[in-house]
Design a binder for this molecule. Structure first.
Ligand SMILES: [Zn+2]
Length: 122
């Protein structure tokens, strides 16, 4: 999925580390590193990849992590993946608010399709 997305967005491939910790994941800007927690959740990979896209393509001045530019990057990642059931309810409140404003909330959450994506090692 990370390779697919890197190609799709024409960005360099981020480093990916499968973590041992219980954190859901994070992105480190300085080294373009996506770290995914022990419970590899596909939507978390999408979330962290959106940071990568946002940093490389859009964010030059904004220092805020979950800015509106980030939100738009996330929407593009979700669209590229063809996912219709992103779990917005798990997201940070501001992102959830924008998603609600744009009418992405309220559809029944069926995680199956998202989980079917091949991105987490077994
Ligand atoms: Zn984030």
């Amino acid at each position: 999925m990370v390779l697919f997305l890197s190609d799709r967005f024409q960005v360099r491939i981020p480093r990916v580390k499968m973590g041992r910790n219980s954190q859901r994941g994070f992105y480190r800007r300085s080294s373009s590193l996506i770290s995914i927690g022990r419970q590899c959740e596909p939507w978390v990979v999408a979330h962290e990849f959106a940071h990568h896209v946002d940093q490389l393509k859009y964010t030059t001045l904004q220092k805020e992590w979950h800015s509106e530019s980030y939100y738009l990057s996330l929407l593009q990642v979700i669209t590229a993946l063809g996912v219709e059931n992103y779990p917005w309810e798990e997201e940070y409140r501001q992102l959830r608010r924008w998603a609600e404003r744009d009418g992405y909330l309220g559809t029944p959450h069926a995680p199956v399709r998202f989980r079917a994506l091949d991105l987490c090692p077994a």
